[in-house]
Design a protein around this ligand. Structure first.
Ligand SMILES: Nc1ncnc2c1ncn2[C@@H]1O[C@H](COP(=O)(O)OP(=O)(O)OP(=O)(O)O)[C@@H](O)[C@H]1O
Ligand code: SF4
Ligand SMILES: [Mg+2]
Length: 329
């Protein structure tokens, strides 16, 4: 099956200054995942603050270069400079950021941004074509040019403006939208509204989404697949419902035990990222210092990804799913 996106063994290493001067921080550690071309999906990336979600997505958006590994879009490697067409990339992959007010300066009207996107990227040749394209995109998110025309960003609520930024992303008819915490700055009552829109757009326009979130309840509701990151490592991956209902990694289990009501975030305990061992060259399971099931083996060598079947992967010597099976015997 052909792939829209392939992330193969990708790592990003930052040098950290200050007290830790000279140390290397592995923000993303040997992550592999993929999205098929012919089956649009919503892939949620979850994990506590600082686990590398945004860094991973910035690499997919070409805002950072990986230090190791390779990323491919439509089979073309990012490192193959000859086949890279920046304009085509902008058409195919669109970002949506956390705070929509930062995406639209309050000095220009919001529709100006939308027209500019349509004209600059050659989607429309002139203003009347741009009017049509912009109106269509706005209608796809439940708005219209009539409602938006002549207004500044400050005249919209956070939820409304996030819809406008989604409309802007839709102008290029992208194959992939990368949404980094798109509902974090939005009123709780509007969150479901926005994530519902992702589902609609996936089905109507066959767009895949990478949805980065702290909000597990919306992830549960919206995702086809879930990837859990922990200190840069992909520790669990698979179909969303299976992971949420029956997590295989002890850390995912800890996260899922906190799955709350719409809009809630991690519990205090989970939000407290344990910074120990974030540096380069960790030779053991990174979750071992917090894991109730850790053995000497876990403290001595890194587990390898384990294929659990059905598209599921876990990075743990003793998956919870197996423990539960044994307990039933
Ligand atoms: N440009 C940079 N230079 C140095 N360190 C960085 C840089 N960008 C990110 N980091 C570090 O890399 C790690 C991962 O950061 P990242 O922003 O990807 O986390 P995140 O999972 O998106 O967190 P959050 O949920 O808070 O947004 C963090 O420890 C962060 O401090
Ligand atoms: S490998 Fe060991 S320490 Fe790591 S998550 Fe699994 S049981 Fe816990
Ligand atoms: Mg982030």
């Amino acid at each position: 099956m052909s792939k829209l996106l392939e992330v193969n063994g990708v790592s990003k290493i930052f040098r950290v200054g200050g007290m830790l001067r000279g140390k290397k921080l592995v923000a993303v550690d040997n992550v592999s995942l993929s999205i098929d071309s012919d089956k649009p999906v919503i892939l949620s990336i979850v994990g506590e603050s600082g686990c590398g979600k945004s860094t991973l997505c910035k690499m997919v958006l070409r805002l950072h270069n990986p230090d190791m590994g390779e990323i491919k879009l439509d089979g073309k490697s990012y490192s193959d400079k000859k086949s890279y067409d920046p304009k085509q990339f902008k058409l195919d992959v669109q970002p949506i950021f956390q705070n929509p007010y930062e995406s639209f300066s309050s000095r220009k009207t919001v529709d100006t941004y939308l027209y500019n996107t349509a004209l600059r990227l050659g989607i429309a040749k002139n203003r009347s074509e741009a009017d049509k394209v912009v109106d269509e995109s706005l209608k796809s998110v439940g708005m219209s040019l009539e409602v938006v025309k002549g207004k500044y960003s400050t005249q919209f609520s956070g939820g409304e403006l996030q819809r406008v930024s989604i409309a802007r992303a839709l102008i290029t008819r992208p194959k992939l939208i990368i949404a980094d915490e798109p509902v974090a700055a939005i009123d709780a009552s509007m969150k479901m509204n926005i994530v519902n829109l992702f589902k609609e757009l996936r089905d109507k326009y066959k767009i895949s989404f990478i949805y980065i979130t702290h909000d597990l309840s919306t992830a549960y509701y919206v995702s086809d697949y879930i990837a859990t990151l922990y200190r840069g490592c992909l520790i669990e991956y698979g179909p969303a419902k299976q992971i949420m209902d029956n997590p295989a990694h002890p850390y995912t289990e800890l996260l899922m035990s906190s799955v709350p009501r719409i809009g809630d975030k991690w519990s205090e305990e989970i939000a407290m990222a344990d910074m120990e061992g974030k540096e380069y060259a960790i030779s053991y399971c990174k979750f071992a210092p917090r894991c109730p099931y850790a053995t000497d083996k876990c403290r001595q060598a890194k587990p390898e990804p384990k294929d659990l079947g059905g598209g599921r992967m876990v990075l743990c010597y003793y998956p919870m799913t197996e423990k539960k099976k044994e307990a039933k015997k």
